[in-house]
Write a protein that binds this ligand. Structure first.
Ligand SMILES: [Zn+2]
Length: 605
């Protein structure tokens, strides 16, 4: 069992952190009016429907209904327990905890075998690093790295290590520490030999690059051979903790830089990321030997809008960059593409031309996606040949038609006219034709490529479709959440009756308990007080309703009437059935009595 953090401490932590900072570490937030908006990290979207209220210290997504305070955000996003979230937030808010943070962290809300996999990776990362940096066994590997331009600083920063030339060192190392062999096999650290069922180490005599998840946990390794051993890079297989299509190398270290520069640089592999970092490009991330996936795009897009793609400048790299740029553009990113001379990758380039030149002539001289498209479309064409030239011009006009801004369209049309000595007027005319043909084709496909990008979505509230008592209950709760006097007043006015919707009744029961304990109205504190996830979401949803600050006596009793009337209506319905039943049984005296009751009820509506 994890140690519990005292309630006063939790309150102290809550007051020490700002939810805007907490969520801002994960997604890019923009202020609009009183609230901040961004792309929801809990569901895929291109237009922001996720809002954060600094006043109330809560967040809410109109798209998927996610909502809560800083604690629930970390619990939901990182899979933390409440205690773990509290430890993280305490760190962020510089609140000292008397308890041992490790004892909380070790009680991860994660299946035990996954926890063991993470721990084994963590242990090996430290050990491999120690072998490389401090031991004779790793000396040749260290020299190899230093000769290839790695600095001690980079070796430290990326926790590079060395795996021994042994068939069973890791196996023994881990089993001695009580890690089950089958779990370590599933973690990809050891391999079972078919013929005798014995285990052997996956990585032997290799330079070890740990792969981290976005929280900085080691989840896999890539081992580079020192000599001519094939493969040059040996990666961990996909495991329960390592999913290549989700992992972006260096994301945890690059995130602060990405936030600061409002730009990320995307590389094809981790070696490029490390080389670029050496050249002073600290906002680089890399895929792990896979093409860019929707998941990569989504996690990038949540953090940053401007992305520079820096892929190898061979054919495969250019194709991959084109594909990645399209994916990222579709997700609403602004793309630039960094180019190197034919056939280079960032690592080669830096070795040959140096760090300074890489930074200035590759990264800082990146071109727009449109300019890249022009180069891309030129490839393989002989423009002195008329057929190729006409095809190229038509393809370019198609791309120009897709540009949002008239200024941009004009710029590229002029460029095209100059290059091929064409009449600008004729090109403009042709471009319009291309535009309408494309538009027709797209509308037939039902795809609105040409529609202007939608901005912040206005929340669609379904309240108008809900029965009157539903809205009345929510409005009452909204006022009760803001004012404890009103809460107690509503309780009196209910005279022992309850709200019609069970969740609403549960919320007011919690709320009255919260006030009775001496708490002041505070949405974020109240959310911690409620234990039920569903109720928390409803509270957040109600908190985000816009209501007047004051409520008059008249409004209060009108709302209450709507709440109670529904119950009376139900009662009347019930009585009408009873009346019918009495008449059917020819018990007219009873029927008359019931009719009187119904009359009474109707009068009180
Ligand atoms: Zn959402």
């Amino acid at each position: 069992m994890a140690e519990r953090i005292a309630e006063e401490k939790v309150n102290e932590i809550r007051q020490a952190v700002d939810i805007v900072d907490v969520i801002g570490d994960y997604i890019q937030l923009n202020k609009q009016g009183r609230n901040y908006f961004g792309l929801c990290p809990f569901h895929g979207e291109n237009t922001p429907s996720f809002s954060v209220s600094p006043e109330k210290q809560i967040y809410h997504c109109f798209g998927c209904g996610a909502g809560g305070n800083a604690f629930s955000f970390l619990m939901e996003l990182e899979g933390y327990s409440f205690q773990e979230a509290a430890v993280k937030l305490a760190e962020k808010g510089n609140v000292k905890l008397e308890i041992d943070a490790a004892s909380v962290a070790s009680a991860k809300s994660m299946p035990p075998d996954l926890q063991q996999m993470m721990e084994a990776h963590e242990l090996l990362r430290k050990f491999y690093h120690h072998l490389l940096v401090n031991t004779k066994d790793g000396q040749h590997a260290l020299e190899y790295l230093l000769n290839r331009g790695f600095t001690m600083e980079a070796i430290e920063k990326f926790q590079i290590g060395y795996s021994l030339k042994s068939w069973d060192f890791v196996f023994k190392f881990l089993t001695k520490r009580k890690f089950p062999a089958d779990v370590m096999e599933r973690a990809g650290l050891i391999i079972k030999r078919e013929k005798d069922g014995n285990y052997f180490d996956r990585f032997r005599d290799r330079i070890m690059f740990p792969i981290f998840d976005r929280s900085g946990n080691t989840i896999a390794f890539s081992g580079r051979s020192l000599g001519d051993d094939e493969p040059k890079y040996l990666n961990s297989p996909e495991t329960a903790i390592f999913n290549k299509s989700k992992t972006l190398y260096n994301f945890h270290l690059a995130r602060p830089q990405i936030k600061k520069l409002q730009r990320a640089v995307l590389f094809e592999g981790f070696a490029d990321v490390i080389a670029a970092d050496r050249a002073g490009v600290g906002n680089g991330v890399g895929t792990m030997g896979t093409a860019l996936t929707e998941e990569h795009v989504a996690s990038l897009r949540r953090n940053v809008q401007s992305i520079t793609i820096c892929y190898d400048s061979d054919n495969a790299g250019i194709e991959a960059a084109y594909r990645a740029a399209n994916l990222l553009t579709e997700a609403g990113c602004q793309i630039r593409v960094a180019l190197m001379p034919d056939g280079y990758d960032p690592d080669d380039y830096i070795k040959e031309y140096g760090e300074e030149k890489f930074r200035h002539e590759v990264i800082d001289s990146s071109i727009t996606f449109m300019a890249f498209k022009l180069l891309y479309l030129r490839r393989g064409k002989r423009l002195q040949n008329e057929g190729d030239r006409l095809l190229y011009i038509e393809e370019v006009l198609k791309e120009i038609s897709r540009l949002d801004k008239a200024v941009e369209r004009d710029h590229y049309l002029r460029q095209l006219a100059n290059e091929f000595s064409l009449s600008l007027e004729a090109l403009k005319e042709q471009q319009k034709q291309v535009y309408y043909t494309e538009k027709r084709r797209n509308s037939q496909k039902g795809k609105g490529v040409f529609e202007p990008q939608k901005r912040v979505q206005t929340p669609k509230r379904a309240d108008s479709l809900k029965p009157a008592y539903h809205t009345a209950e929510r409005r009452l709760i909204a006022h009760m959440l803001r004012n404890s006097d009103i809460a107690f007043k509503v309780q009196d006015m209910l005279q022992g009756n309850t709200f019609n919707i069970d969740e609403h009744q549960a919320i007011i029961t919690y709320l009255l308990g919260f006030y009775e304990k001496g708490h002041m109205p505070d949405p974020s504190a109240f959310i911690n007080f409620i234990k039920d996830e569903k109720l928390k979401r409803i509270v957040v949803d109600i908190e985000m309703m816009s209501i007047n600050d004051e409520i008059t006596e008249q409004e209060l009793s009108d709302y209450l009437k709507q709440v109670l009337n529904y119950q009376k209506m139900l009662k009347i319905k019930e009585k009408l059935n009873e009346e019918k039943e009495a008449e059917r049984q020819k018990d007219y005296a009873k029927a008359a009595l019931i009719a009187m009751e119904i009359l009474h009820l109707r009068k009180s509506l």
